[in-house]
Design a protein around this ligand. Structure first.
Ligand code: ATP
Length: 247
């Protein structure tokens, strides 16, 4: 059994911003709130955010650019701690975004499979049993013998994807753009991804594609300025979201 529970969570980014003369001339009303926040050196990405997910939930997250979708995934993944509020999660989490996070750039591909596996919750014994399968799936061959700092971005994504999807996660966090290398690998990666989507207990899927939302999700939230504007059936939420974009 897995769950994700967020209670009154806030995520505020601290930012450094130099005030320029032209800022004093920005009069647009739409800009006012953001500029005010920015001038205080803070960006309130998620506001008093509460969410509860349990086994079987496949949550689609939609919203305009900057609405807070990626921030939500990063919070749940533990990449950023909340500024305030409570997060409680039970289940092994696989993140299919920010794939580069946590890699040892000086270590070889083989060593990174081992180290990332441990970080993602495998035991030394269980990751050793999976190493060959991960290596085979990545199709990186001899490249696994050299430090990953020499990898191309496509090679790096292949390795990261192969590891993250091999750890048998219970919770899957997914950003729609998983450009995993060339066409052949992409097809194989998509097959594995679909398999995983069907197997995990909980999935959160950030997407701009309404078709993906309808195909893979059974719940949906529409985020606006760090808050849930609407939650419900994917079809219904998507419909309202699309109407709002046209008006
Ligand atoms: N590391 C960061 N430091 C400071 N501000 C950030 C950081 N990451 C995101 N933000 C800000 O937080 C807000 C939410 O960003 P986020 O990336 O979560 O939005 P999003 O909905 O995923 O957007 P998109 O659809 O464009 O990817 C935005 O105003 C963004 O500028």
């Amino acid at each position: 059994m897995s769950y994700i529970q967020l209670e009154n969570v806030n995520l505020i980014y601290q930012i450094r911003r130099e005030t320029k003369i032209k800022d004093y001339f920005i009069k647009s009303k739409a800009n006012y709130e953001t500029n005010n926040m920015l001038n205080q050196g803070k960006l309130h990405a998620l506001k008093d955010f509460s969410l509860s997910l349990k086994d079987g939930d496949r949550l689609g997250v939609i919203g305009h650019n900057g609405a807070g979708k990626s921030s939500l995934l990063k919070l749940i993944a533990g990449i950023y701690p909340p500024t305030s509020g409570n997060i409680s999660i039970d289940g092994r989490v696989a993140c299919l975004f920010e794939l580069a996070t946590g890699f040892e750039m000086e270590a070889t591909g083989w060593d990174n499979i081992y180290l990332r596996g441990l970080m993602l919750g495998e035991t030394p014994k269980s990751i050793r049993q999976k190493i060959q399968e991960i290596a085979d799936f990545s199709e990186l061959g001899d490249y696994l013998n050299i430090p990953v700092k020499y990898y191309s971005s496509g090679m790096f994504i292949r390795l990261a994807f192969s590891i993250s999807t091999a750890i048998e996660p219970e919770i899957l966090l997914l950003d729609e753009v998983v450009a995993a290398g060339d066409a052949g690998f992409l097809e194989k990666a998509n097959r594995r991804l679909k398999e995983l989507m069907g197997k995990v207990n909980i999935m959160i899927y950030v997407t701009h594609s309404i078709d993906s939302l309808k195909n893979f999700c059974n719940k949906c939230i529409w985020l606006e300025r760090g808050q849930i504007k609407m939650m419900g059936d994917p079809e219904e939420v998507a419909q309202k979201y699309l109407v709002s974009m046209k008006s």
